[in-house]
Design a protein around this ligand. Structure first.
Ligand SMILES: Cc1cc2nc3c(=O)[nH]c(=O)nc-3n(C[C@H](O)[C@H](O)[C@H](O)COP(=O)(O)OP(=O)(O)OC[C@H]3O[C@@H](n4cnc5c(N)ncnc54)[C@H](O)[C@@H]3O)c2cc1C
Length: 596
């Protein structure tokens, strides 16, 4: 059966021993009073909430799914979801890292990251309801008028209302420039929005009193394409001047999608029938404003897969220690039993270690990036803010695509550890695989992430952002250059760093000749960069573990073994990826379309 214990020890390792977050945060004026005890106490409570309140609803929520009442357009979530959400709000969790000016607790983003990792492990479908609100909050915080902020942010902060992002339409997903939803200006300065949106997560539900939709639409005189898109905030219930709820806005759920996973999250068809909204940001600059929400959501999606990898790993390890089948090839390891536990078999270990290595390095990367966001938002040094923003921009598509690709691999491996018992519903493992699959698709498919990385973030600025990350890697390699014990980690990291630099230059040259070369290389390239980032964090984690391996704490021994596994068994994938990248466009485009 799927099981979950919050990984507090590993979170504390990443926060305190690897990244020294308390010292880093205390340099920021906003967080100068934070201390390790507070951080640990919040983690512990967050873990309890995830494991005790949300996790027990995961399997039942999947089986029950959501229901739409076609007459009232209301959606019911599975049993227990509403009560769990009420406890989430009561506990003040939605406000954890929100701005105190709007009722938030003002705690670091890093803590929110850890909270959401654990919630995602416990129940991805449930977690999407509050999760989407964070993006809506950030978007309005960055681009809303004072009135919009005053109207919506306190309620999103408290969790009394939730948010959505309404981008997709039947004929346009990736290519938002084609969207047709219309916004007609009204004499009072508001807009009437008319159109159809599809696939809207948490678009309708019974958890909160109001739903704040952020909707992309076109003004009457808007230019064609993505330069003619504006952003609007459209509440389910209009909001009166005193903040109370007014009449129902005609923004209705007309259908729920039947889908592969995340059954307990309502994926809604939404009809806007002259719904009243107000403009967020400038006319025709909606996509730029929406990117605040999309970037937050992309990191959030990477975090969903991180959570799933952890719960899948824990469940598979418990099973592999218990399930007995066959003898080890080298002779019995549990002679008192009729067969050995399957954890003795090398390939079972490979599957477990793969999931563990991806989860632990994913956690290091996700927490590191959250810390960068804290600095980007709160540092009083402008250069540091810019530096952090550039690194976050570079790492966002990697977190979204690399972690979700790994999430698919890891959950599938962990299901495989259960054999046929993983494939049937009872163990709860096939659900994790089904839930993990959407993470590679929504928030911009992983292909789109790779085009963003190679096309915009790397080649688009002549490698400047990549060089910034390269500087961190080079600095670490230089520092550890004379440390004999670190050579097994530092040498492959340095080698991959050199190869990425060379490959990037080659791809840049090819792209000059034919822009399609970017499309041919991008997916492989993102995976290679994902490995570079992962190798960097595994080398850093190995350094900490090496320094403490004589402490007698088996945690560090396990960390070192996992680091060695990563470098020996997972990193070599890059050799094939580099070859595939270099093979370029021709093998993909040579075949005439008619021959497909
Ligand atoms: C369960 C679920 C929840 C969702 N939640 C939301 C939500 O809350 N809000 C919202 O607005 N949307 C949501 N979506 C929509 C989601 O973001 C889109 O499905 C996704 O962005 C892809 O768009 P599409 O499905 O139209 O695929 P398409 O854009 O039609 O793409 C089809 C394929 O073509 C590929 N492709 C497209 N363009 C290129 C290119 N230039 N180069 C290479 N390959 C390309 C894609 O990678 C993909 O493999 C959700 C979808 C699902 C299934």
């Amino acid at each position: 059966m799927a099981q979950y214990t919050p990984p507090l020890r590993d979170l504390q390792f990443v926060l305190h021993e690897l990244l020294g977050v308390v010292d880093e945060l205390r340099m920021l004026p906003k967080h100068h009073e934070i201390d390790a005890d507070t951080v640990n106490a919040i983690l512990e409570e967050a873990g309890k909430f995830a494991a005790e309140v949300v996790f027990p609803l995961n399997i039942s929520g999947d089986r029950e799914g959501c229901r739409l009442d076609k007459d009232s357009h209301e959606v019911s979530t599975p049993q227990g979801f509403k009560e769990a959400y009420a406890r989430f709000v009561e506990g003040g969790w939605p406000a954890l890292s929100a701005d105190p000016a709007f009722g938030g607790q003002g705690l670091p983003i890093v803590l929110n990251q850890c909270l959401y990792e654990m919630l995602n492990s416990a129940n991805q479908a449930w977690t999407m309801y509050p999760g989407l609100s964070h993006g809506a909050y950030e978007c309005l915080h960055a681009h809303g008028t004072d009135e919009q902020k005053h109207t919506y942010l306190p309620k999103l902060t408290s969790g009394e209302w939730t948010g959505t992002m309404c981008l997709t339409e039947p004929h346009c997903g990736t290519d938002l420039g084609m969207l047709r939803t219309k916004a007609d200006p009204q004499p009072d300065g508001s807009y009437q929005i008319t159109g159809q949106k599809i696939f809207i997560s948490a678009g309708e539900h019974d958890l909160a009193a109001n739903i704040v939709h952020l909707v992309l639409a076109r003004l009457p005189d808007a230019p064609q394409g993505s330069k003619g898109i504006s952003l609007f905030v459209v509440p389910k219930f209009k909001v009166n001047a005193d903040g109370s709820l007014g009449e129902r806005n005609p923004v209705y759920c007309t259908g729920l999608e039947e889908k592969m996973g995340i059954h307990a999250n309502a994926t809604c068809q939404i009809n806007l029938d002259g719904a009243v909204g107000t403009l967020v940001g400038e006319p025709n600059k909606g996509l730029a404003a929406m990117f605040v929400m999309m970037n937050a959501a992309r990191l959030g999606v990477g975090n969903q897969s991180l959570g799933l990898m952890e719960v899948a790993y824990q469940s598979a390890v418990a099973y592999a220690k218990e399930r007995i089948q066959m003898r080890a090839l080298s002779g019995p390891k549990a002679p008192d039993q009729p067969a050995d536990p399957i954890i003795v078999h090398p390939d079972v270990r490979k599957m477990l270690l793969t999931a563990r290595a991806w989860a632990e390095s994913g956690r290091a990367l996700a927490v590191y990036t959250a810390l960068l966001i804290d600095k980007e938002l709160s540092s009083d040094d402008e250069d540091e803010r810019r530096e952090c923003a550039d690194l976050v921009a570079l790492l966002t598509p990697i977190i979204k695509a690399f972690l979700t690709d790994n999430g698919w691999i890891a959950t599938s491996h962990c299901m495989q550890v259960f054999g046929g018992h993983g494939y049937i519903q009872q163990a709860g493992m096939e659900q994790l695989v089904r839930d993990a699959r959407i993470n590679m698709i929504y928030e911009g498919t992983n292909t789109v992430q790779s085009l963003d990385l190679l096309g915009r973030k790397v080649l688009g600025d002549n490698g400047a952002k990549l060089k910034k990350f390269g500087k961190l890697v080079a600095g670490f390699i230089e520092d550890e250059g004379t440390n004999e014990a670190m050579q097994e980690f530092v040498n492959p990291l340095a080698d991959l760093g050199d190869k990425v630099t060379k490959l990037t230059t080659e791809l840049g040259m090819k792209a000059f000749g034919n822009a399609d070369e970017v499309g041919a290389a991008a997916v492989d390239y993102l995976r290679i960069c994902g490995h570079l980032v992962t190798a960097y964090f595994w080398a850093r984690m190995a350094k900490v573990a090496l320094a403490r391996q004589d402490s007698g704490d088996a945690f560090y021994t396990a960390k070192l073994h996992t680091a060695r596994f990563y470098f020996a068994k997972l990193l070599p994938e890059t050799a094939g990826l580099i070859r595939s990248c270099r093979a370029g466009l021709a093998p993909l485009m040579a075949m005439d379309e008619a021959l497909f």
